[in-house]
Design a protein around this ligand. Structure first.
Ligand SMILES: NC(=O)c1ccc[n+]([C@@H]2O[C@H](COP(=O)([O-])OP(=O)(O)OC[C@H]3O[C@@H](n4cnc5c(N)ncnc54)[C@H](O)[C@@H]3O)[C@@H](O)[C@H]2O)c1
Length: 374
């Protein structure tokens, strides 16, 4: 009996969460909805007692005992978990990742986007991880898993729109939310708006284009939001709207249209991918994909309502966090035969495009990827 229980225990994948603010607790809830897959969250680290209290409260409501620590090093040294989720503020990802990778006990990692706030930090993490083949790192670029986005990726990868020429992504949404100690109000902490949140869209552009970026041109500013906020005597410096053009090495181009004072929008994200043969579009949160060809014309455009029956919890991101965990868990259980779906290079390049866009705004010129990646 004890041997059977021990074997069952052996099979359970044990998670620790570093940073249990809004997103860390979202991971906790998603993992609870995956409990039939033999997962449990056993520990958490956060220096902010109210965040730990909220995580404890949630875990107890799930009947999950939770060991809590004030720092990530204590969590790693406890040896309690096999997998670590890094969902602390962006500027902390670098040191936490370096410490996880250097730790004698191997821990697989799901790190929230952006991988780090700067290209040199991303590259150091990529290099450090190369020396630890026993550790798998997935980056939380979860927009790939939103059902309408996933359907559009499927259509594009099946060649149904032909070779991709143009990828346009519009995000029109509400301003940045208030975060613990307001870390997201300053470029130095978040990496800047085009790194912090738009790494999602640069990742998608690269995926749709099936190519790597060559150069970036952007225009943007902080025109409306956060102008009357002051923290420790400083006014926020994060832009709230931008246009970004990205050129890819296969000749295709991408464009991001970001507006963060656009609550009066039906959709938060609208994605359009056009190839030689046809065009596909995805709308979030409507969950709709439209697909048509040049030959069939306007009358031939199909509208598909996307649903993914695997999703047991929609959460804050339309079920994408749940699917992200399902994929990550599959990769963990099949390590050696299955690589993470979103790897460190995806994390690095998505940050690098954002950095190039930020530099382009500051300097008013095209910025090459070679410049930011060298
Ligand atoms: N995938 C997505 O779409 C998505 C959405 C929101 C946030 N995020 C990312 O998730 C991360 C967390 O964002 P959030 O919205 O939860 O912020 P938050 O401010 O709500 O929570 C961050 C938590 O991390 C804690 N923290 C600070 N320093 C720490 C450290 N050194 N070690 C451990 N914990 C520490 C804070 O005390 C806080 O409780 C960020 O990287 C953010 O970009 C991703």
């Amino acid at each position: 009996m004890a041997a059977a229980a021990a074997a069952e225990e052996e099979k359970t994948v044990k998670y620790g969460i570093i940073g249990v603010g809004m997103m860390g607790r979202e991971h906790l809830i998603n993992l609870y909805h995956l409990r039939d897959h033999r997962v449990s969250v056993v520990c958490a680290a956060d220096p902010h007692p109210p965040s730990l209290d909220s995580a404890l409260h949630l875990a107890h409501s799930f009947n999950w005992p939770l060991h809590v620590f004030s720092g990530h090093k204590e969590l790693l040294d406890s040896g309690l978990c096999d997998v670590v989720i890094v969902s602390s503020p962006n500027m902390t990802h670098y040191q936490i990742l370096i410490d996880i990778i250097a730790h004698p006990k191997p821990h697989h990692v799901l790190v929230e986007k952006p991988l780090c706030t700067t290209v040199p930090h991303c590259k150091q993490v990529v290099d450090a991880a190369k020396k630890r083949p026993d550790i798998m790192v997935q980056v939380g670029l979860e927009y790939r898993y939103m059902p309408p986005v996933a359907k559009l990726i499927e259509i594009v990868k099946a060649g149904e729109v032909g070779p991709i020429r143009m990828v346009a992504i519009r995000e029109h949404r509400f301003p940045f939310l208030v975060k613990v100690n307001n870390w997201n109000r300053f470029n130095a902490n978040s990496g800047g708006t085009l790194v912090e949140k738009c790494c999602h869209f640069f990742d998608l552009m690269r995926l749709f284009a099936g190519a790597n970026p060559v150069r970036v041109m952007a225009s943007g500013a902080m025109d409306v939001n956060h102008k009357d906020e002051v923290y420790d005597g400083k006014v926020p410096d994060i832009i709230d709207n931008a246009y970004v053009i990205v050129e890819f090495d296969n000749g295709s181009r991408g464009m991001l249209d970001l507006c963060m004072f656009a609550e009066g929008s039906k959709n938060e994200q609208e994605i359009s991918v056009v190839g030689d043969i046809g065009k596909g579009e995805a709308f979030v949160p409507e969950g709709i994909v439209k697909f048509g060809t040049r030959v069939a014309g306007r009358d031939g455009v199909q509208t598909i309502q996307t649903v993914d029956k695997r999703i047991k919890y929609d959460g804050l991101h339309h079920g994408s966090s749940f699917l992200e965990h399902l994929n990550f868990l599959y990769a963990i259980r099949n390590k050696g035969t299955k690589a993470p779906e979103v790897d460190l290079i995806d994390g690095l390049v998505s940050v690098a495009i954002g950095v190039a866009a930020q530099v382009s705004i500051e300097q008013g010129r095209f910025v090459t990827m070679e410049e930011v990646l060298k």
